[in-house]
Design a protein around this ligand. Structure first.
Ligand code: 3BY
Ligand code: FES
Length: 438
């Protein structure tokens, strides 16, 4: 995340009445081949049914996607279902306390098995009551011939990983292998927060009137962050700057920031957790970015003056002023981990022009609503931020659907948007076997 004190130097071309909007209706292969580096995507990327189908079949079905916090399914038998296009997946905690994932399709005649979320002893099909254990094995199917072999009809498995309390699935037969390498880097950073044992304080599904990529692109920059007064008030308005950019006017602020960053580094060292940032958003198939930032004011949480919003610290965190560890992952998630809570986000596509942003707030399992935290106060900053972003996404979907829309250049502070788009275009180019022509 980058916050500007002054606007960046303009990189946009002068107004040019001669600029022509690309003709609509190009195939997905043409669109990804001619995508111009450094520029936003053509409008068809956000409106075409062909592109949407590819997004579901390639981006969301062949890559690891974030689908739930493990804390949503704390006990054996707790489950959530996840819709990916026409596919539905059951994510369930099994009797060994492991998280498993299965296609939500009965092995008899295909009925949907479970809806939404809840608790089950076994997974029982509502149609003819075939009954599956939490490990997916078929336990019982009535009226079968003696030759019937139950072991041939287990639920079909989906790849799943529980990364320190964050649950990812991959629908492909072969999941991208570098997830494990990324997990090895990320996991030690997350251990102090003990997310697997956290409590879900609230979950909100926000329908977005925009393509899922617009929600992600918007998340990947703070060029627009003047529109987030609640969020940016928690951060130092400084960290976009290199030391040489620091004018005498900025020096006191810079010194204050440096002091807070040093203090945070010391606290993380004491807690035995790594300090390094990582920026691999478009260089890996499991693209990710991990950033440690001190917060301004009291330095504790997402609230006015950086005040805490939960008096019980999350996990094993020892100091309330533990900064903001943010994790951004391709293609559909981002996360903020603070001393007193964590907030995790997933975006799922629902049509070419709509998507759903799911936000989940996590606190210490013993934190009591009304005693240790006020639920509204806990959620204020991100409810406001998400709603502000929703309006920006809606307007961008409308603008990108306008026949006059022409892709525009990214500024110097939109490098993570570029990272997202490069990652995305690479996935489609690989799948379609097309080379860049632009
Ligand atoms: O959550 C984030 O990291 C980003 C950065 C700023 C805007 N946005 C919501
Ligand atoms: Fe599930 Fe028949 S379809 S038991």
């Amino acid at each position: 995340m980058t916050t500007q004190l002054t606007p960046p130097a303009s990189t946009s071309a002068p107004a040019s009445p001669g600029v022509e909007a690309p003709a609509p209706g190009a195939s997905a292969a043409e669109l990804v081949a001619r995508r111009r580096k450094g520029y936003s995507l053509e409008g068809d990327f956000y409106t075409s049914q062909e592109v949407y189908d590819l997004d579901v079949d390639v981006v969301f079905s062949k890559n690891w996607i974030f689908v739930a916090a493990a804390a949503e399914i704390p006990e054996a038998g707790d489950f959530v279902t996840v819709d990916v296009g026409k596919a539905s997946v059951i994510v369930v905690r099994d009797d060994d306390d492991e998280i498993a994932a299965f296609h939500n399709v009965c092995r008899h005649r295909g009925s949907r098995l479970l809806e939404d979320k809840g608790f089950v002893g076994n997974i029982v099909c509502p149609y003819h009551r075939w009954t599956y254990a939490l490990d997916g094995s078929l336990l019982h199917a009535e009226s079968q011939p003696p030759t019937f072999d139950k072991t041939c009809f287990s639920l079909r498995k989906v790849h799943v990983r529980n990364l320190a309390g964050l649950v990812f699935i991959c629908l492909a037969p072969e999941a991208p292998a570098d997830f494990d390498e990324v997990a090895k880097i990320v996991e030690p950073h997350l251990l102090p927060y003990q997310l697997d044992k956290a409590k879900v304080a609230r979950q909100v599904d926000l329908p977005e009137a925009g393509n899922w990529k617009l929600v992600m692109e918007n998340n990947r920059e703070c060029y627009h962050c003047d529109g987030h007064p609640e969020l940016i008030s928690a951060y130092f308005p400084i960290f976009a700057y290199d030391e040489e950019d620091i004018t005498p006017r900025l020096k006191p602020l810079y010194d204050r920031y440096t002091k807070a960053a040093d203090a945070l580094a010391e606290k993380r060292r004491e807690q035995g957790t790594p300090l390094a940032d990582h920026m691999q958003l478009d260089t890996r198939q499991v693209g990710f970015q991990l950033t440690h930032l001190p917060l301004d004011g009291e330095g504790k949480s997402f609230a006015a003056n950086g005040a805490a919003v939960c008096s019980k610290l999350i996990g094993e965190v020892k100091d309330a002023a533990f900064g903001d560890l943010s994790l951004h992952m391709q293609p559909n998630s981002w996360f903020h981990f603070l001393g007193d809570h964590a907030v995790v986000f997933s975006v799922m596509p629902t049509s070419p022009s709509t998507s759903v942003l799911r936000t989940t707030w996590l606190v210490h399992p013993d934190a009591e609503e009304g005693v240790d935290y006020d639920l509204e106060a806990l959620c204020t900053v991100w409810n406001a931020t998400n709603d502000q972003d929703r309006v920006l996404v809606t307007n961008t979907q409308i603008g990108c659907s306008d026949p006059s829309y022409v892709p525009g250049p990214y500024s110097m502070v939109e490098d993570q948007v570029e990272g997202f788009v490069n990652w995305y275009v690479t996935r489609l180019r690989e799948h379609l076997g097309v080379e860049a022509t632009a």
